[in-house]
Structures are given as structure tokens and as C-alpha cells.
Design a protein around this ligand. Structure first.
Ligand SMILES: [Zn+2]
Ligand SMILES: [Zn+2]
Length: 386
């Protein structure tokens, strides 16, 4: 074969490969059609709980993010989010904390991501400290709590194994974060990169893999103390894509206040008490989900601690208005105890334990079938509380 003929063959092969890639990508972009949202307000006939939806763990230019708080607000407003929780690096990050407020109809809140001896710790809702938070992880958790705040262990498995011990006094852990997922699964993310221009959420969804270690760790921690689970955006750029993917749904007793301080207290209050669930809204809008317990004629929402001697009847209930196929799993102490082929379930508890719910999409989706689309917070059913 002459050099010219060889060159023509290589060129032809390249054209075929590029064409095949473009067709493959185009088909995947066109096929990705998340269902439309069902209004949670309509599903609940306007009564409580009042659901607000937002993103947690976001970086701005005040640390290593690419956008200003104003630019981030605009993205959040475009995505119709109710709240954003900025978590710039700092000890704490005063500029980020100073940017809070109601802006463009979005409740812009801020905490700080502290670098401490055991890793990264997100501190939220604390009074401005007189001195920097300590570098020692346990002391930092204590100081945040002493300042009226609460803390969440950030991306516990992003670089190392679990380093946080068993009883550290934190309020929650991040059970999945999109930044670590993309870094870990970049080979699955990269082929979809051009889709950012058309359906920005698609590459992120492709990069999500089941967070086996964090779910297991969360269950073992929650058996000892109330610990809540968070889907974390850990957004530094591609804000529109990230804000469309992981969200927190907080369930409030009253509509979100117009007054900033009250609204801030409502959202942080819901997080502190576990009155929220995490969802991959980019795969399908998850609004309207509810998980509660009924005991002694009373209704207990997610996050509740119930003392139960095992003699009376306690039921655990799930309800949601989804019109597409899902699978609901009730998990007790890390084990699935009940499954349903829809988002409705009622289970008579037969044992004390830590009960939580995972919902999986059973419609065609770029989200891996074993990635929990919704993760509730637990209801803690215990014989006694210390
Ligand atoms: Zn971090
Ligand atoms: Zn971060």
C-alpha cells in the first residue's frame, strides 16, 4: 500500500469513528427526557409540610469556586431553587458569610468548609466566632456547636478511608457528592462532556455510581447516634449542571418566611432535625415525597426519635405523587426489610431500629439503576434514649 492510500484509509476510519461518536452522543442527548414535575403543593392540598428545594455545599470566588455569589444566585433563580447553601473554604469564610440574604427570590445561606485534622468539615448556622475554629476535628465540632451551629462531615471517602471515628458529635455526613463522583468516574463523564451545552445534567448523571461505603458508614453511625445524610453538590463550576442534579428537599411546618432571619432558621432548623431528603432531581423531579411514622395516633416526620418498647403498634409510611415507575425500599439498620413497586408503602414495625427509605427509578434513565434516586433521612425507633 502506498503512503497516500494508507493516509486515505486512516482518514476514512477517523471519519467513521467521529460520525459514530456524534450519532451515539446525539441519540443519548435526545433520549434523555426527564419526566415533568408533579407539584408537591398540589399533592398536599396546600397544607403542611411545606417543601422547599435547594442545593447544599457550593463554592464561590471567595474560595476556589469560579463564580461570584451574584452569578450563583442568578443560576439558582434560573433553576427555580428556593435556597442555596454556600460553603466556601475558610475558618470561617467571613466574606462568604457576609453575602447571605434573600436575592432574586432565592434564600442565599452560607456556612464554611473547615479544613480540620480529620478532613473537611462543613459548619453551618453558627454565631460568628471570636477566634478561628480549631484545627483539631473534635474541638472544631464542639466549637461550632458552642456557637449554636451544627456540622456535617464533607466527602468522607474522597481521598482516604474513613477517618472520623465513631462518636464525633457531628450532625450529618455527605452520603454522595458530585465533585468526588466526577473525579472518580471521569472516564464515564468525559464522553458526555459536549452534552453540557444541550442537557447539562446528563454528563453528571452518567458519572454517578452507588456510594456503597458512605451508605454503609452512615447506617453504622446512625445506629449509635442520630446522623443525617446529605447529597452534596460540592460545586466549583458548571453550576447550572450541578444545581440541576443533586438537591435537598426540606419539609417545613410553615411556609418559608419572607423575613430573612426567620427563613434562615426554618431551613437550617429542618436540616438540624433531619426533616429533609436528598434526591437526584436531574434524573426526575423528586418533589412531594414523604416518609413518616404513626405511633399512638401521632404522626412523626423524618428525623424523629421515637421511644418504643415494642408492645404498641408503630407503622412506617411512604407516600409520593410520582406518575412514573419507581421502586421503594424500606431499610432498617442497613438491611432492606420491605420493597414496593411504587412510591407507597406501609410497614408495621416489628423491631426497634433505624428506619430510612431509598427510592429507585424504574424508568429509562442515565442514572444507574442501583443509585438511590431519593434517600430519606431516618426515623429512629429505639427502646431508650440516653
Ligand atoms: Zn472539601
Ligand atoms: Zn467543598
Amino acid at each position: 500500500m502506498t503512503a497516500r492510500a494508507r493516509g486515505r484509509r486512516i482518514a476514512a476510519a477517523l471519519i467513521i469513528i467521529v460520525t459514530a461518536y456524534v450519532v451515539w452522543l446525539g441519540v443519548n442527548i435526545v433520549r434523555f427526557n426527564p419526566p415533568r414535575a408533579v407539584s408537591p403543593t398540589a399533592a398536599r392540598a396546600g397544607g403542611p409540610p411545606y417543601e422547599v428545594v435547594g442545593v447544599y455545599h457550593v463554592h464561590t470566588k471567595f474560595s476556589d469556586g469560579r463564580a461570584t455569589p451574584e452569578e450563583i444566585t442568578a443560576v439558582a433563580a434560573g433553576r427555580k431553587l428556593d435556597f442555596v447553601i454556600l460553603t466556601d473554604h475558610g475558618n470561617p469564610n467571613q466574606r462568604s458569610l457576609g453575602s447571605q440574604g434573600w436575592k432574586e427570590g432565592v434564600l442565599m445561606l452560607a456556612g464554611s468548609e473547615l479544613s480540620v485534622s480529620r478532613g473537611h468539615l462543613v459548619a453551618l448556622d453558627f454565631a460568628t466566632p471570636e477566634r478561628p475554629f480549631p484545627q483539631n476535628a473534635e474541638l472544631a465540632v464542639q466549637e461550632v456547636a458552642a456557637g449554636g451551629g451544627f456540622s456535617v462531615v464533607a466527602h468522607p471517602y474522597s481521598k482516604t478511608s474513613w477517618t472520623w471515628g465513631e462518636e464525633a458529635g457531628f450532625s450529618g455526613i455527605e452520603i454522595a457528592d458530585s465533585d468526588s463522583m466526577v473525579k472518580r468516574n471521569y472516564l464515564r463523564f468525559l464522553p458526555y462532556l459536549p452534552a453540557l451545552a444541550f442537557k447539562p445534567v446528563l454528563p453528571l448523571l452518567e458519572a454517578l455510581s452507588r456510594p456503597v461505603e458512605t451508605l454503609r458508614k452512615w447506617d453504622s453511625l446512625a445506629a449509635q447516634q442520630p446522623v443525617f445524610g446529605y447529597f452534596s453538590s460540592d460545586a466549583h463550576f458548571f453550576y447550572s449542571a450541578v444545581f440541576g442534579c443533586f438537591r435537598l428537599h426540606a419539609l417545613l411546618e410553615e411556609p418559608l418566611a419572607q423575613d430573612f432571619e426567620r427563613a434562615r432558621g426554618q431551613v437550617f432548623g429542618a436540616l438540624r432535625r433531619g426533616r429533609f431528603y436528598s434526591a437526584v432531581d436531574g434524573a426526575a423531579p423528586a418533589g412531594g415525597f414523604e416518609f413518616w411514622a404513626e405511633a399512638g395516633g401521632e404522626r412523626f416526620p423524618m428525623g424523629s426519635r421515637i421511644r418504643w418498647d415494642g408492645t404498641s403498634t408503630v407503622t412506617l409510611d411512604v407516600r409520593a405523587p410520582f406518575t412514573f415507575d419507581v421502586e421503594t425500599r424500606l431499610v432498617r439498620d442497613g438491611e432492606v426489610v420491605e420493597r414496593a413497586r411504587r412510591a407507597e408503602l406501609s410497614y408495621a414495625a416489628d423491631k426497634p431500629g433505624v428506619y430510612r427509605v431509598e427510592v429507585y427509578l424504574r424508568r429509562r434513565s442515565p442514572l444507574a439503576a442501583d443509585f438511590p434516586w431519593i434517600v430519606s433521612n431516618p426515623i429512629f425507633l429505639k427502646r431508650s434514649w440516653p
